[in-house]
Ligand binder design. Structure first.
Ligand code: 4NP
Length: 170
C-alpha cells in the first residue's frame, strides 16, 4: 500500500462523531510519530452543517481529555473520496449503507464500521458508535470512550498492513 495511507472517518453530520474520531486518531498518530505515513480526515453524509465547526458538546468533551477539534469544519463525503482514501470508516450502519451505495467498483481500500476495530470486550454489545446529537452529556462521553478504544485498534491494524507491505518490498 502506498504511503501516506489515508484514513477518512464518516458520520451523519460531521459535527459530533467523525470530527472527534479525526482529532483522537490524529493525536495517536502524532504521538507514535506516524504523521508522515498516515493522513486523517473526516466527512458527513448529510449536508445540514456544511462549513460549521464541530458541535460545542463534542468540542468540550474532547477538550477535557486533551483533544482539539477547533480547526475542523464539516464537509460532505463524495464519491471522489473513494479514489483518495485507503480506509473509509463509518460510525454507524446507516452511514455504512450510504457509503456502500457510493462505493465505486474499483475501490480497493477498506470500508468498515469503526467498532469492528475495538480492542476491548467492553463494547461487544455495540456494533456502532451511537449518534449523540439529540441525547445528553453521557452520550458524548460514551462516544469518546468508544472512539479512543477503536482508534487504537484501527491504528494497530493499519500498522500491521504497513509492516506487511514493507516486508513484501513496498
Ligand atoms: P454526527 O451527529 O453524525 O455524529 O455529526 C449528528 C449531527 C447533526 C445531526 C445528526 C447527527 N443533524 O441531524 O443535524
Amino acid at each position: 500500500m502506498k504511503e501516506p495511507i489515508k484514513v477518512l472517518f464518516v458520520c451523519l453530520g460531521n459535527i459530533c462523531r467523525s470530527p472527534t474520531a479525526h482529532a483522537v486518531f490524529q493525536q495517536i498518530v502524532n504521538a507514535q510519530e506516524l504523521g508522515s505515513k498516515i493522513q486523517v480526515d473526516s466527512a458527513g453524509t448529510g449536508d445540514w452543517h456544511l462549513g460549521h465547526a464541530p458541535d460545542a458538546r463534542s468540542t468540550a468533551t474532547a477538550a477535557e481529555r486533551g483533544y482539539d477539534l477547533s480547526d475542523l469544519r464539516s464537509r460532505l463525503v463524495t464519491s471522489a473520496d473513494f479514489t483518495q482514501f485507503d480506509y473509509i470508516i463509518a460510525m454507524d450502519t446507516s452511514n455504512l449503507s450510504n457509503l456502500q451505495v457510493m462505493r465505486p467498483s474499483e475501490f480497493s481500500g477498506e470500508l468498515e464500521l469503526f467498532l469492528n476495530y475495538t480492542a476491548k470486550e467492553r463494547y461487544s454489545d455495540y456494533t456502532e458508535v451511537p449518534d449523540p446529537y439529540l441525547g445528553g452529556a453521557d452520550g458524548f462521553e460514551l462516544v469518546l470512550d468508544m472512539i479512543e478504544d477503536a482508534s487504537l485498534g484501527l491504528l494497530n491494524h493499519i500498522k500491521a498492513h504497513i509492516q506487511q507491505s514493507d516486508m513484501a518490498g513496498g
